[in-house]
Design a protein around this ligand. Sequence first.
Ligand code: PEP
Length: 245
Amino acid sequence: MYFIANWKMFGDIKSLNSINNVIKFSKLSKNKKFKLIYCPPYTLLNTFYKKIQNSKIILGAQNCHHEESSGPYTGSISSKMLKKIGVKYVIIGHSENRSTGETDDDINKKIKSSIKNNLNIIFCFGETLKQKRKKDTNRVLIRQISRALKGVKKKDRILFAYEPIWSIGTGLIPKSKDLSQTINFVKNKLKNNFRLKFPKVLYGGSVNSNNIQKLKEIKIIDGFLIGGASQKSKNFIDIVKKTFI
Ligand code: PEP
């Protein structure tokens, strides 16, 4: 199981103190069945990396530029730069970036450049409320996945994070039956159409320490991408603990 903390544009040096509890928790836990990945903002990556040495926490970033090494792209960070400072995972295709202009083509290039730099990818995809109401979810998801994976080799480096846009930051989660069907649909497509033997499909969208009881019943989910609830270490630890109780 993967538990991925996406801090978004939150957090400063002081917030790093809260990670001490997570480091302690991960060291004491005898359970080897989970991976903890933290994606703080760029400004904290370096300090974060030093802090988590000798712990089970893995470092991730929240985005990268599609150019794989360097270039005249003011304000951007490449996958090579991330790799060099100890980042292992990068979130690509988050709806908050799609909504400000990131295209399927950008996402495809970012995935390719990240793979070239030996990063693992947390690829986000999901439908809007309007698309869901029109019963268009499956078609939208397949379109996003196909465009993102066009010409991509080493697809096994990708974690697929299903994040319905209407669920992110709203407190709403899909009905268990719907979520189970969607995850199943995506997994089957990844196996049959994209030749992935063991695709990992995660869920993200308003996961918290209360609704995790319900979400964990959907056994085909391989992990969770957690935004708001990951900013307090207690909430994050509770989510991990409750998943295995
Ligand atoms: C996210 O940003 O990927 C996310 C799932 O956010 P939240 O948990 O706050 O809905």
